[in-house]
Write a protein that binds this ligand. Structure first.
Ligand code: ATP
Length: 236
């Protein structure tokens, strides 16, 4: 069964048509990356999946069930975690409190154990556990945002530009973690500006251009494919 399927998705912000019929699919355990120039519609695609914007046409289904009419909260409960661009952490709350909030929809007893697991994945968060999240560095906040999303034990993780604005070493560390999550079978839809890194991690890729899929394929085959670069320049 497909984990996620988008068919003919159209989204508009007033007169701006951000998505003009996007179709894509993600299978369980796959890492799929969405590439494309600024404004191509990548973030909008993720926002539509999490119910933050309403599509004007088309359908979204998750594990075979339609999502299009559900609220963002209901969508989170189905197992989709969205880690938005710009490290949205609760600045006034501690690292530990932010992690607990990530698990707020859960009723099981494994939460403490998962927090320890996050500290294992991101040792710096353990050192900073009682510190206000707003005082963390950019890279640390990005790690916290990712860890918080993972605390919901998502079946599907939507990641919007996890490397944005971070130093190369921090980016490497975050991608190392994503690789480990992939090895553990996590299903991920990743929006990323760093094409090389994204294609190295992903199984498959879609390249969006002005709200449409311009190119799709196996990540390995798209590495070094000049059509990817051309899609960024608007020529694919
Ligand atoms: P970036 O890499 O710059 O984040 P993107 O591929 O994620 O780009 P989107 O953020 O999805 O692109 O934007 C797609 C289009 O929709 C752009 O033309 C953008 O200007 C427009 N857009 C996005 N959000 C809004 C909004 N809230 N109101 C009006 N237009 C918007």
């Amino acid at each position: 069964m497909k984990a996620l399927e988008l068919q003919g998705l159209e989204v508009a912000y007033g007169a701006v048509r951000a998505l003009k019929g996007v179709s894509l699919e993600v299978y369980p355990g796959e890492v799929v990356t969405l590439l494309g120039a600024n404004g191509a519609g990548k973030s909008t695609t993720l926002r539509a999946i999490s119910g933050l914007v309403r599509p004007r046409a088309g359908s979204i289904s998750f594990m075979g069930e339609p999502l299009t009419r559900l609220s963002p909260v209901q969508i989170v409960r189905r197992g989709i975690a969205h880690c938005p661009e710009g490290r949205r952490v609760f600045a006034g709350l501690s690292v530990h409190e932010n992690l607990l909030l990530g698990a707020s929809g859960r009723r099981d007893r494994g939460i403490g154990e998962d927090i320890q697991r996050m500290f294992g994945l991101f040792p710096i968060l353990l050192e900073r556990r009682n510190q206000a999240a707003g005082t963390l560095s950019g890279g640390e906040q990005q790690m916290l945002a990712l860890a918080r999303a993972l605390m919901s034990r998502p079946k599907l993780l939507l990641l919007d530009e996890p490397s944005l604005g971070l130093a190369p070493l921090v980016v490497r560390s975050i991608f190392g973690t994503l690789k480990a999550l992939k090895a553990a079978g996590t299903t991920i839809l990743l929006v990323e500006q760093n094409v090389n890194l994204a294609l190295e991690l992903a199984d498959r890729a879609y390249v969006l251009r002005t709200g449409q899929v311009a190119l799709e394929g196996q990540a390995k085959e798209l590495q070094g494919d000049e059509r990817v670069a051309r899609a960024y320049l608007g020529g694919a």
